[in-house]
Design a protein around this ligand. Structure first.
Ligand code: 2IP
Ligand code: CA
Length: 364
């Protein structure tokens, strides 16, 4: 058994480090150039077929795996990420991207994938091996309870809203406090679920680029979390929820039919990033996030699903929302394909009343 506060502390630590790596990549000229360049198939790295943006995702994911495995023996095989860590080139050669024991060894491995770019490899290796110590312990001192570590599995989305991360625009909050597009929509999502029940246990969400400080010309990071194992705890303060008209957030690619239906009872808002839209629900900026297509995956949802459960809300598949039983999405599917981890659309809500209101609207 391990204290939930210990697991939470570890997840917050690795998520903060992920945010640090994500911001180093955007602030270093060499790495940024690699990130934003769209290569034509002719220009593509002849040795390794993936673009740098995939490597940025994978290296953050593998850093989380490495650091958590050091702290919790045996958890390594139960940590799942969006990206495959195996890079294969057109000649059939493969490299497994992982953190080695030292900066030098990791640099050598990354240099191989980066086709000999040792400057970029060195910068990345240093970032993933760095220790950052911004402790938040005071904010979760009240989290009690324990869990057998052998029951804990983890889903990581190393960079959600990759397109916004690469574009790098500074978004502007609208009158609802929502940023439709921009770096603010980028999140790092780390969710723990129970291997037996399949239900979320805790989630951490970090916005590496939450607020741009004009004075220092630097981005400030924001971290939120929730725990829903026996008891419920979260970083959110219900007192700050603004009074507003009923509002639902959707993807800009949501179907015309669903948008039309929802707009009868709700004001509709749009934003990029599945994680960011779920965060808007957790913050109480909207009542719910509705997605009718199966274009979302376990790694997009697990962390914020935990936060919503901690707040008294939840996340159900769109395909199940009209059924009698409220059936929370589960994460313990046994499958090895990406498609096997997709969720049949989403209705994510902050309270039971909000869920009821969506059901009533969709039934009408
Ligand atoms: C994506 C990203 C997209 C989202 C999609 C996710 O994850 O969050 O923005 O689409 O569902 O899978 P939309 O913005 O239309 O909701 P990633 O960036 O990690 O691929
Ligand atoms: Ca994602």
């Amino acid at each position: 058994m391990i204290p939930l506060s210990e697991l939470l502390s570890a997840l917050i630590g690795v998520a903060q480090k992920g945010a640090h790596v994500a911001s180093i990549i955007r602030s270093d000229a060499d790495l940024l150039e690699l990130l934003v360049q769209e290569k034509s198939s002719k220009e593509k790295n002849p040795r390794f077929v993936h673009d740098f943006k995939t490597l940025a995702d994978v290296i953050i994911q593998e850093m989380v795996r490495h650091d958590l495995s050091k702290e919790f023996a045996g958890i390594e095989s139960r940590i799942h990420g969006e990206e495959s860590s195996i890079f294969t080139n057109t000649l059939g050669e493969t490299v497994v991207v992982q953190l080695k024991n030292s900066v030098e060894e990791t640099k050598t491995l990354l240099c191989d994938v980066l086709n000999g770019n040792s400057v970029a490899a060195g910068l990345l290796a240093e970032a993933v091996h760095s220790s950052i110590s911004a402790s938040m312990k005071s904010t979760f001192r009240h989290v009690t309870g324990e869990i057998p570590i052998s029951d804990v599995c983890v889903w990581i989305d190393p960079i959600d809203s990759t397109a916004q991360y690469i574009q790098g625009q500074v978004g502007c909050p609208n009158e609802f406090g929502i940023v439709n597009e921009g770096l603010q929509c980028v999140t790092i999502l780390i969710g723990a679920y129970n291997r037996i029940t399949g239900l979320p246990v805790m989630g951490v969400v970090v916005q590496p680029f939450a607020h741009f400080d004009e004075l220092s010309k630097r981005w400030k990071t924001e971290i939120n979390w929730g725990v829903c194992h026996n008891n419920r705890f979260s970083s959110f303060d219900d007192q700050t929820i603004p009074k507003r008209i009923p509002t639902v957030i959707v993807s800009s690619s949501e179907s015309e039919d669903v948008r039309h239906k929802l707009s009868k009872d709700f004001c509709l808002q749009y934003a990029a990033g599945a994680g960011y839209k779920l965060l808007c629900v957790a913050r109480g900026l909207v009542d719910a996030y509705v997605l009718s297509r199966a274009s979302i995956f376990s790694w997009d949802c697990c962390a914020l699903h935990a936060v919503l459960l901690a707040l008294g809300g939840g996340l159900v598949a769109f395909s199940d929302v009209l059924s009698q039983d409220v059936c929370q999405v589960k994460y313990n599917h046994v499958t090895s394909t990406k498609h096997g981890h997709s969720i049949a659309g989403v209705v994510a809500y902050r309270s039971e009343n909000n869920r009821q209101a969506i059901v009533t609207c969709l039934k009408s």
